[in-house]
Design a protein around this ligand. Structure first.
Ligand code: NDP
Length: 232
């Protein structure tokens, strides 16, 4: 199995959870892989570069065989109010979060079609469902993942391939640690469970979607958000 952006944060927790159940796990990284556990195969790949994505899959296929489970997790934020958001900021975030998911899903589908089965899991966000002031680019990219996954689910379902979305709420990682303390407190006040998620809590939903038990689940959006997005 392959996790994009698996060198830190939620992606690393997902990779560790699959490895803990005995799977062969490859992680793509862009910046570095300091302290990566030995049982994870690191593959350098910027997901905004289609050739790099192709090379990364080829390397993983050579070392691990077909990629049966794909987790598209790599993502960025570049927050700002609509009036001040540059077109470059908008397209950069959509490219890294949404177009990249299309790139990896397309490349993964090749092997999955040959194998007559596979699992694609896209890491979206509650923000894609609720919207978020100051995150027009990010929310649009995360909402787009739902349409992408559901279309893949319809297109490839008859070939034994499932496509699902996990929509985390606020998770304690570098991404949210970058927020000002006042904003962090404001967020926690809105979450019914009254806290951030641990990365492992997102990972367990992802491993379930990748498991045999979830074989009849496709096109689903699974919230892991402490109740923040309920009803959406
Ligand atoms: P981090 O900022 O901790 O990690 C982001 C990961 O994405 C890193 O591995 C990073 O690689 C990788 N990445 C970013 N851009 C690229 C790129 N162009 N090519 C390859 N890899 C890239 O984020 P989180 O772990 O918090 O987030 C993981 C996913 O979960 C994201 O999609 C995020 O939107 C989503 N999410 C996070 C929430 C949160 O509260 N933290 C809530 C809801 C969703 P590198 O180390 O090389 O930069």
């Amino acid at each position: 199995m392959l996790v994009t952006g698996g060198n830190r944060g939620i992606g690393l927790a997902i990779a560790k959870a699959f490895a803990a159940q005995g799977d062969q796990v490859a992680v793509t990284y862009r910046s570095g892989v300091d302290g990566l556990p030995d049982d994870l195969l690191p593959v350098q790949c910027d997901v905004t570069d289609a050739d790099a994505v192709d090379r990364a899959f080829t390397e993983v296929e050579e070392k691990h065989g077909n990629v049966a489970v794909l987790v598209s997790n790599a993502g960025i934020t570049d927050d700002g109010l609509l009036m001040r958001m540059s077109e470059d900021s908008f397209t950069r975030v959509v490219d890294a979060n949404l177009t990249a998911a299309y790139r990896v899903a397309k490349r993964a589908s090749r092997g999955m079609l040959r194998a007559k089965g596979g699992r694609m899991i896209f890491v979206s966000s509650v923000v894609g469902l609720l919207g978020s002031a100051g995150q027009v680019n990010y929310a649009a990219s995360k909402a787009g993942l739902v349409g992408l996954a559901r279309s893949v689910a319809r297109e490839l379902g008859s070939r034994g391939i499932t496509a699902n979305v996990v929509a985390p709420g606020f998770v304690d990682t570098d991404m949210t640690r970058a927020l000002p303390d006042a904003r962090r407190a404001e967020i926690v006040a809105q979450v019914p469970l009254g806290r951030y998620a641990a990365v492992e809590e997102v990972a367990s939903a992802v491993t379930w979607l990748g498991s045999a038990e979830a074989g009849y689940v496709t096109g689903a959006v699974i919230p892991v958000d402490g109740g923040l997005g309920m009803g959406h």
